[in-house]
Design a protein around this ligand. Structure first.
Ligand code: NDP
Length: 427
C-alpha cells in the first residue's frame, strides 16, 4: 500500500491535503476531488423520488488505521465534530500496539418467507426438508447472475413461531458475494413463495431479507500496551481499569449501552455513508445483535491482560457491507472513497469498519473516564458556533480562541465576541 507522509495533515487546508494524499488516488478520483464533482441532479432523480437537489456533508479521512498488518486510510462522511479527530487519535495509539486484528466469520445473508394457516405443521416442515435441493434450485434460478459469480442460495431451514396463529418461517441462506444483497435475497425469496404455499398447504405472509445478519459476523480486537496509555504504569493501569468498568456499565445498563453504541456508530456510519452502504441496514442488524442476550448491551468488551500489561478490546457485530450494487457505482464521491481505501473487497471492508467501531469506542471511553467528553467536544463545537455567528473562515481561529475562554460557550457569546473582534480590528 502507498505510503503517505501524514505530518501536519490536520493543520493544512483542503487543497494541500489533496496534494498530500494524491499518491492514494487514481487519476479519476483526483480529478473528482480537485474539480469538486458531486452526484449529479439527473442521476439523483433516477435514484430516489421527488428530488430537489443533492445534499452535501463533510468528507474527511482518518489516516493509518492498521488492520491485520495493513494500513488503511479511511474515508469518513459525518457532520459531527470530533468524530474524525477521535478515531484518528485512537487508531494512532492502537497502531503503536500492533493495530487491529479482524476476523470475518462468514458473509451470507438470510431471507425469510413467513407462512401461516398451515393445518399440518410437522408435515409441512418435513416436506420442506425433503424438497430442500429443489427449493434451492428455484431460488437460484430466480437470480442466476449471482450463481455465476460463485454465490447463490446455499441452505434452507425452518423456524416455527408458536402463537395463536402460528407462523412457519422458512429461512434461506444466500451468499451475495460483494453485494449487500437485499434485492438479490428479496427476488429469491419471492420466487419461493408460490412453491412453499403449495408444499405446505398454507398462505405466505411475506418474503424479505432479514437485516439481523447473524451469518455476516465480524470481530475486531486490539491489545493496547499500558505504556502507550500513560508513561506512569500505575496511572495506565488505573485508566485501563476505568475503561473495563465503563465496558461493564454498558453491558449491564441499556441506558448507557445505547449511548455507548451510538459512539461506535459515529465511526461505522461515517464509513458506511462514504462507501455508499445502507447504514440503516447495518444499524438495524447491529442493534438487534446488541440485544441477543435478552437485554440491549454495549457491543464492545474491554478486559485487562495484567500479566502482559495490556488493555484488550473486542467488538463483534454483523457487517454485511457491499462493494457493489445499490447506488455504489453511481456516486462519484463513493468511487473516491473506495479508491482511498485501496478498493478492498467486502470482507476486508467489513474488517476495517469493525476496527473503526472499536477505535471510536476506545476514544469515547478514554475521554469519558478521564477529562469528560465536553472538553474535546467544545473545542470543535466552538468552530461550528463561530461559523454560525457569521465568522469568515480566516476569522474562525481567533473567535474560537476567545470563545473557549468564556464561561458560556454559546451562539450569543460567539456573536458578541465576533462583533467586538470586528470593531477592534477595524479601529
Ligand atoms: P443490487 O440490486 O444493486 O444488486 C447487486 C448488483 O451488484 C447486481 O446488479 C450485480 O450484478 C452487481 N454486482 C457486480 N459485481 C458483483 C459481485 N462481485 N457480487 C455481487 N454483486 C455484484 O443490490 P443489492 O441486492 O445488494 O441490494 C442493496 C440495495 O437494496 C441497497 O440500495 C439497499 O438500500 C436496498 N434495500 C435494502 C433493504 C433492507 O435492508 N431491508 C430492503 C430493500 C432494499 P449482477 O446482477 O450482474 O450479478
Amino acid at each position: 500500500m502507498t505510503k503517505i507522509n501524514w505530518a501536519g495533515f490536520a493543520k493544512k487546508n483542503p487543497k494541500e491535503r489533496l496534494s498530500q494524499i494524491k499518491p492514494l488516488l487514481s487519476k479519476e478520483s483526483y480529478y473528482i476531488l480537485e474539480n469538486k464533482i458531486l452526484l449529479k441532479q439527473d442521476i439523483a432523480s433516477q435514484i430516489v423520488e421527488n428530488t430537489l437537489g443533492t445534499f452535501a456533508l463533510p468528507f474527511s479521512v482518518v489516516p493509518e488505521i492498521e488492520v491485520n498488518h495493513q494500513n488503511y486510510t479511511v474515508p469518513f462522511v459525518t457532520e459531527e465534530p470530533s468524530v474524525v479527530a477521535a478515531c484518528s487519535f485512537a487508531s494512532k495509539i492502537i497502531k503503536r500496539s500492533g493495530g487491529f486484528k479482524a476476523t470475518v466469520h462468514n458473509r451470507q445473508m438470510i431471507g425469510q418467507i413467513a407462512l401461516y394457516d398451515i393445518k399440518q405443521i410437522d408435515q409441512a416442515i418435513n416436506a420442506i426438508k425433503k424438497q430442500k435441493k429443489q427449493l434451492l434450485a428455484i431460488a437460484n434460478s430466480a437470480h442466476p447472475s449471482i450463481v455465476k459469480r460463485g454465490g447463490g442460495a446455499i441452505d434452507i431451514k425452518t423456524n416455527l413461531i408458536e402463537d395463536e396463529s402460528p407462523l412457519l418461517v422458512v429461512q434461506v441462506l444466500i451468499d451475495t458475494k460483494e453485494a449487500m444483497g437485499a434485492n438479490i435475497v428479496n427476488t429469491m425469496t419471492e420466487a419461493l413463495k408460490p412453491y412453499l404455499e403449495i408444499l405446505t398447504n398454507g398462505k405466505s405472509l411475506m418474503a424479505i431479507l432479514s437485516n439481523y445478519a447473524t451469518e455476516s459476523l465480524v470481530t475486531a480486537t486490539c491489545a493496547i500496551n499500558y505504556r502507550f496509555l500513560n508513561r506512569d504504569k500505575i496511572k495506565a493501569k488505573e485508566f485501563s481499569e476505568r475503561i473495563v468498568l465503563a465496558s461493564n456499565f454498558a453491558k449491564k445498563d441499556p441506558y448507557r449501552a445505547s449511548t455507548h453504541n451510538k459512539g461506535i456508530f459515529n465511526g461505522i456510519d461515517a464509513v458506511c455513508i462514504a462507501t455508499g452502504n445502507d447504514w440503516r441496514a447495518i444499524e438495524a442488524g447491529a442493534h438487534a445483535y446488541a440485544s441477543k442476550n435478552g437485554r440491549y448491551e454495549g457491543l464492545t468488551t474491554w478486559r485487562l491482560d495484567e500479566a502482559n500489561e495490556k488493555l484488550l478490546g473486542e467488538i463483534t457485530l454483523p457487517l454485511p457491507l457491499a462493494t457493489k450494487g445499490g447506488s455504489i457505482g453511481l456516486n462519484p464521491s463513493v468511487l473516491v472513497a473506495f479508491d482511498i481505501l485501496g478498493n478492498p473487497d467486502a470482507k476486508i471492508l467489513a474488517s476495517i469498519v469493525a476496527s473503526v467501531g472499536l477505535a471510536q469506542n476506545f476514544a469515547a471511553l478514554r475521554a469519558l473516564v478521564t477529562e469528560g467528553i465536553q472538553e474535546g467536544h467544545m473545542k470543535l463545537h466552538a468552530r461550528s458556533l463561530a461559523l454560525l455567528a457569521g465568522c469568515l473562515p480566516n476569522e474562525v481561529p481567533f473567535i474560537v480562541d476567545l470563545l473557549l475562554k468564556e464561561k458560556h460557550k454559546n451562539l450569543s457569546t460567539a456573536e458578541k465576541i465576533l462583533e467586538n473582534y470586528r470593531n477592534n480590528t477595524l479601529e
